[in-house]
Design a protein around this ligand. Structure first.
Ligand SMILES: Nc1nc2c(ncn2[C@@H]2O[C@H](COP(=O)(O)OP(=O)(O)OP(=O)(O)O)[C@@H](O)[C@H]2O)c(=O)[nH]1
Ligand SMILES: [Mg+2]
Length: 384
């Protein structure tokens, strides 16, 4: 089943559930009315009966509890994390169709503006508008609902097409040390993401070592040490101002000695200047390679989703100077700019591997493109 069909399927299922909820609510209202009438009758009877009723009520509450504490599945987490983005998409679509008269050239230009405004990227927006021109003709779509569904279909199809060869799983080594290097400008969420990932691996029973190779910023080492405590994993550190490459060397040695499964390396987001930063990353990589020619197994660029186009530009720059293997997209929970996931795939051709959906230690997910897209577009389809 294609991705768009999955979304349609989810949309139809939601509609059915909504209908069911409405029916049940109506039933409950009817039931409540009967119960109330019965209770009023009972109020006049003995105190013993009253105690029985409250016992019954308590029992009912206990029965309902497990439903409320059901663990959130990934799809739900995405849907929650994408609330703001989805709302923006919805608002923009509503705006677009509020003034809808006909599918003419003005309308297609408005579609372009709408998509650019929704952070899906300039090239992507142009391509969608072009394909829409064709598709609308073929389908002879005239009604707003049909046109809106076609826009979503095109967005999803393009996204799916561009991701055919994309690998979103982390490159983990079986029975050997996996070395992941985290890079990115300051404040994007490198240290936090490392802490969260360390915890996930630790809980899977893996042995994790962290390397505090941001020796530039005062406080950076302590911050990673703190995450190490929370995740209950070991941190290799030097002193502030010491050589980051030597910290990485120590960490590689330790990880190998202890037969660790994963080594996560935190690096500085800011140095005296950009050239220094890139030179330092090169030096770190050389040290890693000397110890293990196949490592690092991932160079993960961490970008902050709330910065939208800026995150795209950072990714372009890093991609030019260092061999980034994947992206960690953080702070998706706090932004309406989740549309950049489409731009990243369609225009950067870098796989998103992890997404940050909150500040908590459990708020990091392995990126699932399908869950993401279903979470984003499901609520936007219209009944035709
Ligand atoms: N809401 C939200 N906040 C996040 C997420 N990831 C990180 N943050 C917050 O972003 C801020 C910066 O995170 P850090 O991990 O310190 O960023 P960094 O890249 O290590 O920054 P430098 O060490 O300065 O280079 C912190 O306040 C984090 O709590 C996320 O997924 N969602
Ligand atoms: Mg940091």
């Amino acid at each position: 089943m294609g991705l768009f069909d999955k979304i349609k399927h989810a949309f139809v299922k939601d509609k059915e559930e909504e209908q069911q909820t409405e029916d049940t609510t109506q039933e409950e209202v009817n039931k409540e009315a009967t119960t109330e009438a019965e209770e009023t009758k009972e109020e006049n009877s003995s105190a013993t009966t009253e105690a029985d009723t409250s016992d019954e009520e308590q029992l009912e509450e206990v029965e309902e509890e497990p439903e409320t504490f059901e663990p959130e599945d990934t799809q739900k987490k995405y849907e929650k994390g994408l609330t703001k983005t989805r709302k923006t998409f919805k608002d923009r679509m509503n705006e677009l169709f509020a003034n809808f008269r006909s599918v003419d050239e003005d309308f297609f230009e408005e579609v372009e503006d709408t998509l650019i405004g929704a952070d899906v990227g300039f090239d992507t927006s142009m391509r969608i508008a072009d394909e829409l021109r064709e598709e609308v003709k073929i389908k002879n779509a005239k009604k707003p609902a049909a046109v809106q569904n076609t826009i979503i279909e095109k967005l999803v199809d393009l996204y799916e097409e561009e991701g055919e060869k994309e690998v979103n799983e982390l490159n983990e080594q079986q029975n050997d040390l996996s070395v992941f290097l985290f890079v990115g400008v300051n404040g994007t969420g490198k240290t936090t993401s490392i802490g969260k990932l360390a915890r996930q691996y630790q809980q899977e029973g893996k042995k994790v070592v962290l390397a505090a190779a941001d020796t530039f910023r005062a406080g950076a080492i302590d911050q990673l040490v703190e995450w190490g405590k929370r995740a209950e994993v070991e941190v290799v550190r030097g002193n502030t101002g010491s050589d980051p490459a030597s910290v990485v060397f120590d960490a590689m040695t330790k990880a190998k000695e202890e037969q660790a499964d994963v080594l996560l390396i935190d690096t500085a987001g800011r140095l005296q200047n950009k050239v220094n930063l890139m030179n330092e990353l090169d030096k770190i990589k050389r040290v890693i390679k000397r110890e293990d020619p196949n490592a690092p197994h991932e160079v993960l660029l961490v970008v902050d989703a709330t910065t939208g186009q800026n995150a795209m530009n950072q990714a372009k720059q890093f991609k030019e100077t260092t061999d980034v293997t994947g992206l960690v997209l953080t702070k998706l929970d706090g932004t309406a700019k989740g549309g950049i996931v489409l731009a990243i795939r369609n225009e950067l051709h870098l796989p998103v591997k992890l997404v940050g959906l909150g500040e908590g230690i459990d708020d990091l997910e392995i990126f699932d493109p399908n869950d993401f897209v279903v979470g984003l577009f499901k609520g936007l389809l219209q009944e035709e």
